[in-house]
Write a protein of this length. Structure first.
Length: 55
């Protein structure tokens, strides 16, 4: 039963769970992209700093 007292079928519940999983997977993928960009930026800054120290 839903909040309004109506019965829900298993398919509706399954679809809701799938949508939640898709949102969570999308968030996780976005976090992975952000982390990779952050690491690449750190590496680039370290390389730039190292090149300036050598000159």
């Amino acid at each position: 039963m839903d909040d309004d007292g109506n019965e829900c079928d298993a398919q509706e519940i399954g679809e809701d769970e799938n949508m939640d999983d898709d949102v969570q997977n999308g968030n996780q993928e976005q976090e992975r992209v952000n982390a990779n960009n952050w690491r690449a930026n750190i590496a680039s800054n370290m390389w730039t700093d190292a090149m300036h120290m050598g000159s």
